[in-house]
Design a protein around this ligand. Structure first.
Ligand SMILES: C[S@@+](CC[C@H](N)C(=O)[O-])C[C@H]1O[C@@H](n2cnc3c(N)ncnc32)[C@H](O)[C@@H]1O
Length: 293
């Protein structure tokens, strides 16, 4: 691959997904994109670049972007966010949403579903507290491939061994050979939708809780700032944002503030000045995303 080919790929990835590749990641690009090239009947990366530049069909570029994004996820990743969900976030939201008894949760880079299903399993354990509430979980991701896997809710032995307590595995999954499938009831609690965080997402409506974890880390500072500021516009004033362990709002935006002693948990900073813009117009609170209880 020539330096010009590599620059073309880096620019395309940044534009399509926000992914920033440093100049020294050529080996990674080659190992991930050679299989994409072969699948399309192309002999090498040079041919792939020519096809990307000349093809009118967007499918090849989509395959390239999907191959380059990191989809790593696991059940109850980092534990703390899910403990905070049970101990802090849900009690506060249940108290604040006695009317209209609707709580909307968004898993904004859901990958293969472990994150939204972990939230669904937590909710299942809170059946008494949430009785009478409708709780929607919307799970989105850039990649259609990971969403297909998430919708099926089928995981390997290795995947269910990572982070999922054995009691929850036995309770919510059925085994089929080497694979485990999440129970239909749990799968029905999550609605999946393809969505690129770089694009306008205001049409999704307002959320009481946004999990946006382990995706900002791949973006440059300007993209992080843009996504965080737009997340602030769809997070209820008394709602919450949860970021990944290596992510923060500090130094990027003042639209969210950290909660002391609650690692990774942020709340809208209602005193932060909000520049007037068309995107700041009030959002509809009730949007049917299905998967309600
Ligand atoms: C490392 S996974 C994180 C999964 C989960 N949130 C977790 O923490 O375990 C990152 C996900 O972000 C998705 N992603 C990357 N760029 C994106 C974008 N521009 N818009 C939406 N999703 C994106 C990838 O497809 C991938 O599934």
């Amino acid at each position: 691959m020539t330096p010009a080919d590599y620059d073309f790929l880096r620019a395309s990835l940044k534009e399509r997904s926000g992914l920033v590749l440093s100049a020294d990641k050529q080996y990674l690009v080659e190992s991930r994109l050679l299989p994409v090239a072969r699948k399309s009947g192309l002999a090498n990366l040079g041919e792939l670049i020519v096809a990307l530049k000349t093809s009118a069909d967007d499918g090849l570029m989509t395959a390239v972007v999907e191959a380059m994004t990191t989809n790593e996820s696991l059940f109850f990743r980092d534990k703390t966010p899910f403990e905070l969900f049970r101990s802090t976030i849900m009690p506060a939201l249940l108290a604040a949403r006695r009317a209209p008894r609707l709580i909307r949760i968004w898993s904004a880079a859901a990958s293969t579903g472990q994150e939204p299903y972990s939230l669904a399993m937590c909710l299942k354990e809170m059946e008494r507290e949430i009785a009478g509430f409708r709780i929607e979980i919307l799970a989105t991701d850039l990649s259609n491939d990971v969403l297909a896997k998430a919708r099926a809710g089928i995981y390997t032995q290795f995947e269910v061994q990572r982070g999922l307590p054995i009691q929850l595995l036995i309770k919510h999954f059925t085994q089929n050979g080497e694979l485990w499938q999440m129970a239909p009831e749990l799968r029905a609690m999550v609605k999946y939708q393809q969505l690129n965080l770089l694009k306008d997402f205001s049409q999704l409506g307002m959320f009481d809780l946004v999990f946006c974890r382990n995706v900002l880390i791949y973006f440059d500072a300007d993209t992080k700032i843009d996504v965080l500021n737009r997340l602030a516009r769809v997070t209820a004033a008394d709602g919450y944002l949860v970021l990944g362990a290596a992510e923060t709002v500090v130094g990027l935006t003042d639209r969210f503030k950290m909660l002391p002693d609650k690692r990774g948990l942020y709340v809208p900073n209602v005193s932060a000045p909000r520049p007037a813009s068309a995107a700041d117009k009030p959002m509809p609170r009730l949007v049917a995303v299905g998967g309600g209880r």
